[in-house]
Ligand binder design. Structure first.
Ligand SMILES: [Zn+2]
Ligand SMILES: [Zn+2]
Length: 142
């Protein structure tokens, strides 16, 4: 069962990847502690260091616990060498979204000059709202 809306990864379809490391690594499976040269492929993709396993069987056996580390890390990291101290992580900047054409725009949307507002201020008159406008204003201000 997938929890938190995260797509469940299947350890059966995953093949662990071999990685040559100069520094000796040990199996991540609790109570195993054998020297390990196999690294979780998902962790490699997400740049999570130290996810080594001694064997395919250990990887499969510990998968249920191990996969949780994948959820904590986003694959986006513009500063791979930066040591984060808290849980906040950078996120990619998405393209600016445009306002749909059916939504009417204020006059300052074109060039940033609030013409109608300036006119209203210089006229010296305070606009009196109609009962319908008062109702709408009350709803908006809620
Ligand atoms: Zn992993
Ligand atoms: Zn092991």
């Amino acid at each position: 069962m997938a929890d938190n809306g995260v797509v469940e990864e299947d350890s059966k379809t995953k093949k662990i990847e071999e990685k040559a490391e100069t520094e000796e690594q040990f199996c991540q499976t609790e109570g195993c502690d054998k020297p390990a040269a196999l690294q979780c492929p998902t962790c490699i993709k997400l740049s999570i260091a130290g996810s080594f396993f001694c064997s395919q069987d250990c990887f499969k056996g510990f998968w249920g616990t191990h996969k949780l580390v994948h959820k904590k890390t986003s694959s986006y990291n513009p500063w791979p060498s930066f040591k984060f101290t808290g849980p906040l992580r950078p996120a990619p900047v998405t393209p600016t979204r445009s306002v749909p054409s059916h939504i009417s725009r204020p006059d300052y949307s074109e060039d940033g000059v609030p013409r109608s507002e300036r006119l209203a201020k210089s006229s010296g008159q305070i606009k009196q709202l109609s009962p319908r406008e008062i109702k709408a204003m009350r709803k908006t201000g809620r």
